[in-house]
Design a protein around this ligand. Structure first.
Ligand code: HEM
Length: 229
C-alpha cells in the first residue's frame, strides 16, 4: 500500500519531485528491530492509546482528532552491537532479549533506553506515545537501520524523551543505544484527522467559527495542501 501511495504521489508531482532518499522498511521476526529486541511492546492500547495520540477537543479544537508524528532515520553499527554480550545488550535496553521482559527499576542502568524513555508528568502519571518503528536494510551494502516513527498528542512528550536520550539525565550522559545507532534525520509532521481533511472548518467552528487559514501557495507552486481549493 505504501509503495502504491508513493508511486501515485510521484506520478502526480511528476518533474516537480526530487527524491533524495528512498527507504523501504519491513517487519522483522517477532516485531524485532535489527538490534534483535522486540520493539513496540510497551505501546499503550485501547483508550490509553487514543489519549496518548489524539489531540483533544479542549486542547486545540481546530485540530482535534489530529496527531503529531516524529520520524527519525537511524543507522545501526551492527558489528559493534553484535560484539557485545547479550547481557550488555540487555543492559542497554533495560529488557531481556529473548523473552522481552522489562528489568525491575533498580536493575536498570541510568543510561538504559527504558530508564530515559519512561517519563511522568508532575502528578506521577506516565506520559505515553505510540511507536511504529520499522527496520530497513541492504544486506549487500552492509546497511542496517530503523525508522523511528512515533505519534503523540503533543510533540512535547517525544521531545522530552529525545532530550533525555541525546542530552542525558540523572547521571546518564546519553542513551546507551546511541553508541550503536546514529540519527541521520528528524522531522515533525502534523497529521490531520480525516474529518479535518474533509472539511477544515468543522474543528474551527468549536472555537470561533472560522476555518484555520492555510498559507497561500507561493507563485508557481502546485498549491498542494492548499485546503481552500
Ligand atoms: C534506534 C532507535 C530506537 C530503537 C532501536 C528503539 C527500540 C526500542 C525497544 C526495543 C524498546 C523496548 C520494547 C518496547 O517497545 O516497549 C523501546 C522502548 C521505548 N522506546 Fe525506543 N527505540 C529507538 C528510539 C527511540 C526514540 C528516539 C524514542 C523517543 C523519542 C523512543 C522511545 C521509546 C519508549 C517511550 C519506549 C517504551 C518505554 C516503556 O514504557 O517501557 N525510542 N525502544
Amino acid at each position: 500500500m505504501c509503495f502504491e501511495l508513493a508511486r501515485l504521489i510521484g506520478n502526480r508531482l511528476g518533474p516537480h519531485l526530487r527524491v533524495i532518499d528512498e527507504v523501504h522498511g519491513f517487519k522483522s521476526f517477532d516485531e524485532r528491530d535489527l538490534l534483535g529486541f522486540v520493539d513496540g511492546t510497551e505501546n499503550p492500547e485501547g483508550v490509553e492509546a487514543t489519549e496518548a495520540v489524539l489531540i483533544e477537543d479542549d486542547e486545540d479544537p481546530a485540530f482535534a482528532g489530529g496527531s503529531y508524528l516524529i520520524v527519525q532515520k537511524y543507522s545501526h553499527d551492527l558489528d559493534a552491537w553484535n560484539a557485545l554480550t547479550v547481557e550488555q545488550q540487555e543492559a542497554a535496553f533495560g529488557r531481556t532479549k529473548l523473552e522481552d521482559v522489562e528489568f525491575a527499576d533498580e536493575d536498570k542502568a541510568p543510561d538504559s533506553h527504558l530508564t530515559l524513555n519512561v517519563i511522568e508528568d508532575e502528578d506521577g502519571e506516565e506520559l505515553q506515545i505510540m511507536r511504529f518503528n520499522m527496520p530497513f536494510g541492504r544486506v549487500g551494502a552492509g546497511e542496517f537501520g530503523t525508522f523511528y516513527i512515533a505519534y503523540a498528542r503533543t510533540p512535547a512528550v517525544t521531545e522530552e524523551m529525545l532530550e533525555n536520550m541525546f542530552l542525558g539525565k540523572s547521571g546518564a550522559a546519553h542513551d546507551r543505544i546511541l553508541d550503536f545507532s546514529t540519527a541521520h534525520t528528524g522531522s515533525l509532521f502534523f497529521v490531520p484527522s480525516l474529518d479535518f481533511l474533509d472539511d477544515p472548518s468543522v474543528g474551527a467552528s468549536a472555537e470561533d467559527g472560522a476555518a484555520p487559514e492555510p498559507p497561500a501557495p507561493a507563485d508557481g507552486s502546485l498549491g498542494i495542501g492548499d485546503l481552500r481549493s
